[in-house]
Design a protein around this ligand. Structure first.
Ligand SMILES: NC(=O)c1ccc[n+]([C@@H]2O[C@H](COP(=O)([O-])OP(=O)(O)OC[C@H]3O[C@@H](n4cnc5c(N)ncnc54)[C@H](OP(=O)(O)O)[C@@H]3O)[C@@H](O)[C@H]2O)c1
Length: 328
């Protein structure tokens, strides 16, 4: 559970390890054993409070196995994707901000928690429903080697776009150019992003897919072509900022190019999730789409998983694989 609100760097001191008995089930509830947790930058917001108060556990989207059920829709043995606390076992009604749904049969659980969970859904619908990407266009992605970014970069390439990724280390850029096979990668910590974008895309860019927020948004807006789109997916660089960042100074560019900037929440697309599964699963099975994962093992490693993410150490999707829990 959270012991101390997050200010500055995340450490073990922000958490307290607590053991308690699993409560009995009420009608409409079911008990799951959590198997894989998705670690997400927004957990920094839970730790900053007041979303999750001191003394309660942070939550993740998780892939879990139903152990007992007094719920009409879920039975023991079902594998589900839902919002679960950082604990071995969770009692839930399956409702809330991220409602629980059954994982499609035969899907590896790490994929269900990552590329076929909210992460892949956001990449897929961010490109198709929000950016409405077209082959031949030029797309730039921030956080391109992160969870959402690594999937979105590859999908845009598969769809026939010219893809330029921004990432924070040589290893991330090497992964983007090698495994992910995109056209160009810019290490924004070492290179001048504006200058590199001018060299790589002298005629401008059609889509900017932003998972980071901050300076790169303004740089990309400046280069937006007629009919260009900016997809606001996340603002990782701002989650721990002490004061809100000032907005881009060049929003007028959207007017000049008849452009569009649109934010979206992946959960709004849960009812259409089969569309994404049907598109992504064959690509994954054929090896055309790689699920790059950064995995920590064991619930006690959850703080470390989040710290890795917030320090930019993860390449691909940050996941936590639960180890064998105590019996109940
Ligand atoms: N709209 C939605 O429904 C939805 C759903 C899921 C996720 N998201 C959002 O999408 C974004 C990406 O999520 P993800 O799970 O794929 O995470 P992620 O991108 O794998 O992890 C965070 C990465 O952000 C980069 N970063 C840039 N500036 C940073 C800073 N100041 N502090 C820390 N990291 C920084 C780091 O990569 P570099 O080293 O390359 O900078 C880091 O590895 C997040 O903002 C998340 O909240 C939105």
């Amino acid at each position: 559970m959270i012991a101390k609100p997050l200010e500055g760097l995340l450490s073990e001191a922000n958490f307290r390890w607590v053991e308690s008995a699993v409560p009995p089930l009420a009608e409409g509830q079911f008990l799951v054993r959590n198997r894989w947790l998705s670690v997400d930058p927004t957990q920094a917001l839970q730790l900053r409070g007041p979303e999750v108060p001191i003394g309660e556990s942070p939550w993740s989207l998780a892939v879990s196995e139903v152990v007992e059920s007094r719920h009409a829709d879920f039975s023991p043995g079902d594998l589900v994707h839902g919002q679960m606390a950082w604990e071995d076992y969770t009692v839930t009604e399956g409702t809330g901000f991220n409602p629980t749904f059954r994982v499609p049969e035969g899907v590896p659980l790490n994929w269900a928690a990552g590329v076929l969970g909210l992460t892949g859904l956001v990449a897929y619908f961010g490109l198709h429903a929000v950016a409405r990407l077209q082959p031949g266009e030029t797309i730039v992605l921030s956080g391109a080697a992160g969870g959402v970014g690594s999937i979105a970069s590859q999908l845009a390439k598969i769809h026939g776009l010219r893809v330029i990724g921004l990432a924070g280390s040589p290893a991330k850029c090497a992964w983007l150019l090698g495994e992910a096979g995109i056209d160009a990668a810019i290490n924004y910590r070492q290179e001048d992003v504006g200058q590199r974008l001018t060299e790589l895309a002298p005629e401008g860019i059609d889509i900017f897919f932003d998972t980071v927020g901050g300076a790169s948004l303004e740089t990309a807006l400046e280069r937006l072509r007629p009919g260009g789109r900016v997809v606001l997916c996340g603002i990782t660089s701002q989650y721990l900022a002490k004061t809100p960042a000032s907005g881009p100074s060049n929003l007028a560019q959207l007017i000049m190019v008849n452009g569009r900037m649109e934010g979206f929440l992946g959960r709004e697309f849960f009812p259409r999730r089969n569309e994404a599964f049907d598109a992504l699963l064959p690509l994954l099975r054929a090896g055309r789409l790689k699920s790059q994962e950064d995995v920590v093992v064991g619930l006690r490693e959850a703080p470390n998983g989040l710290a890795r993410l917030l320090a930019g150490k993860n390449v691909g999707k940050q996941l936590l694989k639960m180890d064998e829990p105590p019996g109940i």
